[in-house]
Design a protein around this ligand. Structure first.
Ligand code: BDR
Ligand code: CA
Length: 309
């Protein structure tokens, strides 16, 4: 089982990505770090704790909070899409505590990188701030990890926050620039790929109906906002941005990749530029196979009472 560290800003599709990862037998999610992006850092951390309490993954990952804002600019959130709380504003989540201040995300990233070196896969589902800070703290250690798979960018397609920029890259372009400049084994999963991974509402409903229970109804509840907004924007379903990044990290053969050299523009545009490649980019996705895998793993059947794992 490959050790994974997931850096995330939950977020509806981040939540779906975590649930997918927690039920993927090829990997072990050892650590999860939070970052400000879709919502504030505190809200992202609260959402991670809510999801952990709901799903109770085994083993329980190490969790840590990271950056409360981008490296060099003010935070822009995505609450129009994800809701004020980041998870569709459901009224009745059980209360959770707070993440401790220490160890922080950078310490957890470096510890995992030191321990696992080339065996570690880092999956980044939000702005790249924590990764950039980890690079600043110890670039050599981060440089030894096996794979870094990051959801973000819009290479040959329009952006989703401006005509040319995608949300994660546009929130913290300075961090994205540092990550691209660091010579890392970087794999980018941009909107070019994630817009091929569209989940119809009916598919989600049918899957959740097969495993009814508190987990299924919670997934149904917070996903509903994602479907509603996608449909009001004219889409056929919800684009599974962050789940696709997990899917391609678990099974790279789900996509076709292109080695490219990317530069980051002032608003977080991901621009093709000349020179040796600094990452590979997922361009084409086997979307039916991915959606099947995602739905198979999203919501395991409810455990009988009295069992602990
Ligand atoms: C990305 O932006 C966020 O709103 C999503 O969680 C995803 O990581 C898609 O552009
Ligand atoms: Ca995200």
């Amino acid at each position: 089982m490959t050790p994974f560290l997931i850096d995330t800003d939950p977020g509806i599709d981040d939540a779906l990505a975590l649930l997918f990862a927690w039920n993927s037998p090829e990997i072990r999610v050892e650590a999860i770090t939070t970052v400000a992006g879709n919502v504030s850092l505190d809200a992202a951390s609260t959402n991670l704790l809510r999801l952990l309490a709901l799903r109770r993954p085994d083993p329980r990952p190490v969790v840590a909070a990271g950056a409360a804002g981008p490296l060099a600019r003010a935070l822009t959130t995505a609450t129009r899409y994800h809701g004020e709380d980041g998870l569709g504003d459901l009224p009745d989540w059980p209360a959770v505590g707070r993440l401790p201040r220490s160890p922080d995300a950078v310490a957890v990233i470096l510890e995992a990188a030191r321990r696992h070196r080339g065996d570690l896969t880092i999956v980044a589902l939000g702005p790249l701030t924590n990764l950039a800070l980890a690079l600043k703290a110890d670039a050599a250690v981060v440089g030894r990890v096996g794979r870094i798979v990051a959801m973000g960018g819009a290479i040959d397609v329009p952006g989703n926050v401006t005509p040319t920029a995608e949300f994660n890259m546009s929130v913290d372009p300075e961090a994205a620039h540092r990550v691209l400049a660091a010579g890392l084994p970087l794999e980018i999963v941009p909107l070019d790929a994630t817009r091929q991974a569209v989940l119809p509402r009916a598919g989600m409903r049918a899957t959740l109906a097969r495993g009814p229970g508190p987990l299924a109804s919670r997934i149904q509840g917070f996903s509903e906002r994602g479907f509603r907004i996608a449909h009001s924007d004219g889409a056929q379903g919800m684009a599974l941005h962050d789940p696709l990044a997990v899917g391609l990290a678990v099974d790279p053969s789900l996509g076709k990749w292109e080695a490219v050299r990317l530069a980051i523009g002032p608003d977080g545009e991901t621009l093709r530029t000349s020179g040796p490649p600094n990452c590979r980019v997922a361009k084409v996705v086997e979307s039916d196979r991915f959606i099947r895998l995602f739905l198979d793993r999203l919501c395991p059947a409810t455990r009988p009472h009295g069992t602990s794992s």
